[in-house]
Design a protein around this ligand. Sequence first.
Ligand SMILES: [Zn+2]
Ligand SMILES: [Zn+2]
Length: 260
Amino acid sequence: MDSNSDTICSEKTGYILSKNSYRLALSLVDYSSEGVDNILKATDVVESEIIDLLKENIEDCPICRTSEKAVRGWLKGALSDLLHNESARAKLNTCGLCRIHSDTFIQVVKSDSDIGALSAAIMLCDILRCQIQDIKELESAKKRKRRILSKAGDSCYLCKVSSDTEQRFVKAFAIFFNELDVRKAYENSNSIICVEHTRQMSTIETDSRRWFLSTQQNMLGALLDDMEILIKKHDYRNTEPIGRERASWVTAVRVIGERE
Ligand SMILES: [Zn+2]
Ligand SMILES: [Zn+2]
């Protein structure tokens, strides 16, 4: 890194950091230049994007939310322009769909009037045709062994879209929390970064790391207090009406993680 230049670039992390403001040159989906990926390619994660996510003020994790949005966007793009999206079809076809993203697939098709059963069926025919072939190959013990070996490390392509977006935003949030405006926007927002993304962000050394971990404990602690109030208000002797704590358990489901 050259401390005298206006721009600090790290190839390893993909960051381009200017002296006055941080800017992450991060593509939203992947670096492919083909097909549907062009739609989302080279979308930079900038400070205003992080602030906009926080301003949405939804009681969930903004990193989880943006990853789900990226998956829906990618899938919508792939299904809207099937004829020109050979590469997107091939990507989905290679590894099929996991349970989570098969539900996303149904939701995207049903919620968008531009995408009909025809697009869904064309896409799914490709995938199912390959998977029938996989079953046919199970007849041969030799091929079954090869198949199991080659399966290691494979996953649904939408999981990759999700985790790529997730990693970009984990880094972006960690870096932008060094800015006072972003810290204030987070403190004033109803959003809470989930436990899993808290863990991931804690592995990135930044000036704001200590502030972040303390803020997370306060925010998650306040959520715990709300749920305890909710429990107490269910006591038959209680006369106070249930207020904003009503939805605290829903927020808790959204931010809770797996224990390591
Ligand atoms: Zn999250
Ligand atoms: Zn998946």
